[in-house]
Design a protein around this ligand. Structure first.
Ligand code: NAD
Length: 434
């Protein structure tokens, strides 16, 4: 099929590349000319493992192109995917400005029947509104489909090529058939449903995963007080198939461009119909507090942080991505600077993005390798569980630090590893060592 993806961010670019990989002719459109220029010269503007190779291959084979011009991309497409951002407004509601703009522009460029698919995460009812809006602007036939996206940054290519399930929300049989055909090479687990349920499946899924994380983090906080080990607890819980072991890793909480904004948006969606989503409000509150565990542990071990040198390992909200939107590292770094600590930070790929969005970046020392960030530090805080950090030699690390204090915000080191060192070791929901 001829496919057009509008928005070449994490979702649009990865999806476009992967759909070209399974044999479709794909055009990716973005209104950011810099991005389009980069893509046309073979530069991938985001860090996503495996994406560059696949992009180069499909470009070379003539199945994938990039443009900032919407009109040809719309006219040549059988199916148009909307993949632009839906960032949070100050109220927590999703900002639909970009999506409405794109729907408007598509309507004006249409020259025949199109299937218009929303991949962006949008509140329940948005696709019905888009349908009305487009219908008023064009006389050409079209159908609207909600196919929410579930890829995870860091494993986005794999998730797109091998999804757990594909949700197709539409009221129209012809569109459902086209979308089923399109997704068949990826999975046999295709669920067709109505548009509003599809929209809700996305929010409910993210809210449930966020709930699991906040739940295990609260269990971890209790474990610390009663002398239990949350990793043992989670392992025991996870063996129950009704519970499952995923998303039960205690730590400093979730971040990123999806969970924080989607939980806030769902609270708003409920509020708009006079329903107070009490459980989800608590999930969000627990998550906001959890990151400050790191500061509490630093104060517990060092006392006043003024003038203390603190190393930071990891700025991305999770490993294998350069995305720093709503990363816990932001507030942790701000707190450290407020306490007048001297901060030295390092991330394998996300430092540049972090610096762009962090107002006080001149107050921070930046290192280009992990050991340099830890050198002469009074304490080291691990905030992102990059593989590179897990592989560090703790004895060598201990030698270059001023004081061997390690705050492991992601529970990456084992008791056995730490016991062979002189580290004073604090993790989340596990007994202190040293
Ligand atoms: P992003 O911010 O990385 O990318 C959005 C892109 O859209 C940008 O490149 C921007 O330049 C482009 N854009 C904006 N307006 C445009 C216009 N009028 N015409 C053409 N291009 C335009 O966003 P993202 O992370 O890819 O997320 C997109 C949507 O998918 C959001 O609704 C998000 O909630 C959802 N989602 C994201 C993820 C994720 O892991 N990032 C996962 C699932 C769902």
């Amino acid at each position: 099929m001829n496919l057009t993806f509008i928005g070449t961010g994490y979702v649009g670019l990865v999806s476009g590349v992967c759909f070209s990989e399974i044999g479709n002719r794909v055009t990716c459109v973005d209104n950011n000319q810099d991005k389009v220029d980069q893509l046309n010269s073979g530069i991938v503007p985001i860090y996503e493992p495996g994406l560059k190779e696949l992009m180069e291959k499909n470009k070379a084979q003539g199945r994938l192109e990039f443009t900032s011009s919407l009109s040809q991309a719309v006219q040549e497409a059988d199916v148009i995917f909307i993949c632009v951002g839906t960032p949070p407004l100050p109220s927590g509601e999703a900002d639909l400005t970009y999506i409405k703009q794109v729907a408007h522009d598509i309507a004006l460029e249409m020259d025949g029947y199109k299937v218009i698919v929303t991949k962006s995460t949008v509140p329940v009812g948005t696709n019905d509104n888009l349908k009305d809006m487009i219908g008023q602007l064009t006389s050409h036939a079209f159908d609207i489909v909600s196919t929410p996206e579930f890829l995870r940054e860091g494993t986005a290519v794999k998730d797109t090529l091998h999804p757990d399930r594909v949700i197709i929300g539409t009221e129209n049989e012809r569109a459902a058939k086209m979308m089923t055909e399109l997704h068949k090479p990826l999975t046999s687990n295709i669920i067709t449903t109505d548009i509003r349920s599809a929209e809700m499946i996305k929010y409910a899924s993210n809210a449930f995963l966020a709930t699991k994380i906040s739940f295990i983090n609260e269990i971890a906080n209790i474990c610390e007080k009663v002398g239990a080990d949350v990793t043992e607890v989670a392992a025991g819980m996870g063996q129950d198939r009704r519970i499952g072991s995923s998303f039960l890793q205690a730590g400093i909480g979730y971040g990123g461009s999806c969970f924080p904004k989607d939980t806030d948006a769902l609270i708003q969606i409920a509020g708009n119909v006079d329903y107070e989503f009490k459980l989800l409000k608590s999930v969000v509150e627990v998550n906001k507090d959890q990151r400050f565990n790191v500061i509490d542990k630093l104060k517990h071990s060092l006392g006043d942080l003024k003038g203390k040198r603190i190393g930071i390992w990891g700025l991305a909200f999770k490993p294998n991505t350069d995305d720093v939107r709503d990363t816990p590292a932001l507030e942790i770094m701000e707190s450290l600077l407020e306490e007048q600590a001297v901060v030295n930070a390092y991330d394998p790929v996300a430092a540049e993005n972090f610096r762009k969005g962090f107002g006080k970046c001149d107050s921070v020392e930046w290192s280009t390798d992990a050991l340099a960030a830890a050198k002469d530090c009074d304490a080291l805080c691990l905030l992102t569980d990059w593989e590179e950090f897990k592989e560090q030699d703790l004895l060598a690390l201990q030698k270059i630090m001023k004081q061997p204090i390690l705050i492991d915000g992601r529970n990456v080191f084992s008791k056995e590893q730490v016991s062979q060192t002189d580290f004073q070791y604090y993790s989340i929901g596990r007994p202190e060592i040293g």
